[in-house]
Design a protein around this ligand. Structure first.
Ligand code: MG
Length: 270
């Protein structure tokens, strides 16, 4: 009897442990208690929204790609963060050495404000992998300070699709996952059109973005549904008509280099 009881207990213990492992493996990464997206069947950060297909991009550049001569260099070869400040207006405190900026405490943003532009950003997530999902290599490029293109280590790192690297965070996953391995330099090339508002402050045209991740198209003239937020999509405000470029501190060490911007002026008319 004693042996039987012991065996039964052991089987029960194994069964409970196995159930725990299965529960852990199947634990959804994301949220199903968030509002629905306004234009599809997915919740914001829906764990079941399909994952972007993986595409292997070409090799990382050996050195920063030189900017065109009419670009405004925001982070260049010289260790100079004078184009940037903290969100509260004080001097930027992120460290910069050898042309590389490391994320520090609090967000930095440009002193200059922009509307329509072409933007080039190079970034690298830590070579040594720590954490998973949204806690692995998280930062972000905030266009006009409010529209985020997500920075994340999405190399074999599952998270909710609309939070992947290159995502219009909380709104659209990238068309494909073109991430390079951790530690390698990656590139976002972005074309952005600021939102336009009526005299009464209503949205006339939303913000629109096109993004290449490591040379691979991940958004094609896609409108932002609103400003970026966690677990929600707040409404537009007329103050979003122009704004700075900002880089997010999400508590993970990210490196940035070679950031330049070219305001879009339109076709020559003469
Ligand atoms: Mg982020």
């Amino acid at each position: 009897m004693a042996l039987h009881r012991h065996t039964a207990l052991s089987i029960l213990t194994i069964a409970v442990a196995a159930a725990g492992v299965i529960a852990q493996q199947k634990a959804p990464i994301g949220y199903d208690d968030t509002p629905m997206q306004p234009n599809n069947k997915w919740h914001i950060h829906d764990p079941n929204r399909p994952q972007p297909r993986v595409v292997t991009p070409g090799p990382a550049p050996a050195a920063p790609l030189p900017p065109p001569d009419d670009a405004t260099v925001l982070i260049g070869a010289r260790d100079d963060l004078s184009a940037w400040q903290m969100d509260n207006g004080s001097s930027a405190t992120w460290a910069m050495a050898n042309g590389v900026v490391s994320t520090g405490k609090g967000r930095i943003r440009t002193k200059a404000e922009f509307t329509d532009f072409q933007l080039h950003v190079e970034f690298a997530t830590p070579k040594e992998v720590k954490g998973d999902s949204q806690e692995r290599g998280n930062s972000g490029v905030f266009l006009l300070g409010v529209f985020e293109i997500q920075v994340l280590d999405s190399y074999r790192n599952r998270t909710y699709a609309d939070g992947s690297a290159g995502a219009m965070y909380g709104q659209y996953p990238p068309l494909v996952n073109a991430s390079r391995p951790p530690g390698e330099w990656q590139i976002y090339d972005i074309a952005f059109t600021a939102p336009r508002f009526t005299g009464e402050g209503r949205v006339d045209k939303p913000a629109v973005v096109t993004v290449f991740h490591n040379g691979v198209l991940v958004h094609h003239a896609t409108p932002f549904l609103g400003p970026t937020a966690h677990k929600q999509i707040p409404p537009y405000k007329a103050e979003f008509a122009k704004g700075p470029l900002a880089l997010q501190d999400h508590g993970n060490p990210i490196r940035y280099r070679n950031i330049w911007i070219r305001p879009i002026k339109g076709y020559e008319t003469e």
